[in-house]
Design a protein around this ligand. Structure first.
Ligand code: IVH
Length: 689
């Protein structure tokens, strides 16, 4: 990017962040989630780090929190309310450790204190002679709003401290709304046609900013204490962890998820441990606060800017982030369908770097109104493949370019045909893809049967169904370019010397490839049918066909007879049937099948699936998510199939059960949303037996 463009981008980011910040802090009604806001902020600070000449001390990013509202009385904090510096990975956490260790005496022994980072509204509470006298919001860190009356309605804020209490204490903590309370509140608001709160933080803040304490009281808030900003001299402590004990003794809620850690490894394991229960935790959290536990060392480290150096906030990876679409490429799939692929400025989402995502088709692009150069929101929850969920229209500069489907295939330059695709392939759809595509979405096809891209994708599909792991896309392309293979059947006549003579292929790798090909020659009928790449015939349909016909010959005979009865098979509709019939009526395809067999492929007869008819899982659909401790997903799938059940990739109303292992992700959430029954591993094992 040119420097003027960088400057423009910084300005755009500042403006948008300021607008969102105002929505967040002042109106308590943000239109985006925290992830998006954080992501834009991250890009801004990265740019400012790279181009320090654009740093502006008066810019909004150098102010803490929001402006205090006019409606409450402003109070000057006796002790400034600081904020925290965020770290987004273990690596950044370790950099923080390196930095602080440099400032501490050499070989200084110290420990860390870890606690949950609550996502609510930070408040300061002052007690004189054990009596709650004033409570305030953070405001800009120096001046906040006096919300004492509202805070008094929170039951977990003691109005009088338990004895023995100090003469004076300023407690810091977070006013919170539980996830459960938010659910109930939003349900009620929906009924009454009122605005819904985006998250527990906004709901808590919104409730405390009601001028009428009765309204705040109705919101059922909670308070958790985590720090003492000031205390009269009669009480002394040496560690941050001791403050927690005192706070508890004075009568405050203090969260029990906390630990003193001897080193960073222990900190990381605390972070990982809490991550597992975070979803189920009653309150919204956005990370873990890590402090140097020794107060004396905290003083040595001090405060820089608006945050203490002795503390860091580890933020859990966001499932959503923003990035810029650098380009949209058009991929040609194995059936010739042209698929747009968005290329991003690489960005980290849910713990991995994302640099591209499929846009599926033109309808999707139009629905999103996505253009090249746009700033977009991408989502990658758990094991789900990344997708673009939204375009941030306000980040546009006017230079964005619309995406156009080419008239010619980008690979072979032959004409592209436009078709109304009436059906979606039943399998091959992965979770995270858009399931709500209109039935008649427009698809663009390269009609050239010999298009090299189609052939390449087909080869990739073929080896993956045959489980020939040694032959990845790069190797396949190389073999094709070198003339070793022209079609998939040629794979089975390759020999070691063919490969070993190629540059960069040693004897050993050649041997491995050949060995695997020989081992995988034998294949079940259902997999063979799937490998053929017949339009609309994915894994499941192939299995249905195989079970029904038993042998390839019987299927071919049926497809070629005048009375083709393929669509009378359960689960097979007219579009699939039409495609199967036309595939087997094409002599070229029969020749290809013959060539495969001649080259050594052995198709095993399909066993009749008696389980399908009699098995106890007959008619049941299962979705697997997370990790099972007693078996792999593959084995679990086999067991379900053996009992006549089906395993599908995503949760819908028709799912009978979701089997949730350890670290189950969004599928579990979807199941809960749709009211689908969820089984844990133990329940699943019981069901199997
Ligand atoms: S310690 C130096 N402990 O997170 C100020 N803060 O993003 C930090 N927060 O301003 C005080 N949970 O409002 C601390 N367990 C916790 C916290 C916590 C949430 C808030 C606090 C802070 C903000 C920074």
């Amino acid at each position: 990017m040119k420097e003027t463009e960088i400057k423009d981008r910084i300005e755009k980011l500042r403006k948008e962040i300021a607008r969102l910040r105002e929505q967040y802090h002042v109106q308590n009604n943000p239109e985006v989630t925290d992830d998006i806001y954080d992501s834009l902020n991250r890009e801004l600070s990265k740019l400012l780090k790279e181009f320090p000449k654009f740093v502006d001390l008066n810019a909004p990013e150098n102010r803490v929190g929001g402006k205090p509202l006019d409606k409450f009385i402003k109070v000057k904090h006796k002790n400034r309310m600081l904020s925290l510096n965020d770290v987004f990975s273990v690596e950044e956490l370790s950099d923080w450790e390196t930095r602080i260790k440099k400032l501490l005496p050499q070989n200084q022994v110290f420990s860390y204190f870890c606690e949950v980072k609550f996502d609510g509204l930070a408040v300061s509470l002052i007690y004189e002679n054990g009596i709650f006298v004033r409570g305030a919001t953070r405001g800009d860190g120096f001046v906040g709003e006096d919300i004492t009356q509202n805070l008094k309605t929170i039951h977990s804020i003691p109005l009088v401290l338990s004895k023995p209490f100090p003469k004076y204490i300023e407690v810091r903590g977070e006013a919170l709304m539980s996830k459960e309370t938010l659910k109930t509140l939003n349900k009620k608001n929906k009924k009454e046609d009122k605005t819904l709160f985006a998250n527990t933080r906004n709901a808590a803040a919104g409730s405390l900013r009601q001028l009428d304490p009765k309204l705040a009281a109705a919101r059922n808030l909670d308070f958790y204490a985590y720090d003492i900003a000031q205390i009269s001299e009669e009480i002394v402590f040496n560690k941050h962890s001791e403050k927690h004990t005192y706070l508890k003794d004075f009568g405050f809620n203090v969260d029990s998820n906390q630990a003193v850690c001897k080193n960073l490894d222990e900190v990381v394991s605390f972070i990982n441990k809490f991550q597992k229960i975070r979803e189920k935790f009653s309150f919204g959290t956005d990370g873990i606060v890590i402090s140097v536990d020794e107060e004396k060392l905290q003083d040595v480290l001090g405060v820089v800017g608006k945050a203490p150096r002795y503390m860091a906030a580890f933020k859990y990876p966001a499932e959503r982030a923003t990035t810029v679409v650098k380009d949209v490429l058009i991929n040609v799939g194995r059936t010739g369908v042209l698929t747009p692929l968005a290329i991003f400025e690489p960005t980290s989402v849910a713990g991995s770097v994302v640099s591209k995502a499929t846009l599926h088709n033109m309808d999707q692009i139009e629905r999103l109104d996505l253009r090249i150069g746009d700033t977009v929101v991408i989502e990658k929850a758990g094991d789900v493949i990344p997708k673009v969920v939204e375009v941030l229209i306000r980040m546009r500069t006017g230079k964005e370019k619309k995406v156009k489907m080419p008239n010619k295939c980008p690979v072979c330059s032959q004409i592209v045909a436009k078709k109304n695709s009436a059906i979606l392939p039943r399998s091959g759809l992965r979770h995270g893809q858009n399931f709500s595509l209109p039935q008649s979405s427009v698809a663009y096809y390269c009609i050239n049967k010999k298009c090299p891209a189609k052939n390449e994708r087909y080869l990739e599909h073929f080896v993956s169904v045959f489980d020939i792991y040694e032959m990845g896309p790069k190797i396949l392309r190389r073999f094709k370019d070198e003339g070793l293979i022209t079609d998939a059947a040629d794979i089975f006549t390759l020999d070691k010397t063919d490969i070993a003579t190629l540059e960069r292929f040693g004897d050993k790798s050649a041997e491995n490839i050949i060995k695997e090909i020989q081992e995988k020659k034998k294949i079940s009928l259902s997999k063979f049918l799937w490998a053929l790449g017949i339009l609309h015939v994915g894994e499941e349909t192939a299995r249905d066909l195989a079970e029904n016909f038993g042998t390839l010959d019987k299927l071919i005979d049926s497809a070629r007879s005048d009375l083709a009865e393929i669509d009378s098979i359960e689960n097979i509709g007219p579009a699939v049937s039409k495609s199967v019939i036309s595939f087997f009526r094409d002599e070229n395809n029969l020749k290809f099948i013959e060539k495969l067999q001649k080259n050594g492929v052995v198709i095993e007869k399909a066993k009749e699936n008696t389980a399908k008819k009699n098995g106890k899982f007959r008619g049941l659909n299962f979705v697997l998510t997370g990790t099972l401790s007693t078996m792999s997903r593959e084995i679990a799938k086999e067991k379900i199939l053996a009992l006549g059940g089906k395993v599908v990739g995503s949760v819908s109303k028709n799912t009978s059960y979701v089997i949730a292992g350890e670290d189950a992700g969004s599928k579990l959430k979807n199941a809960e949303k749709l009211g689908v029954k969820v089984l844990d591993e133990k329940e699943f094992l019981n069901m199997l037996n």
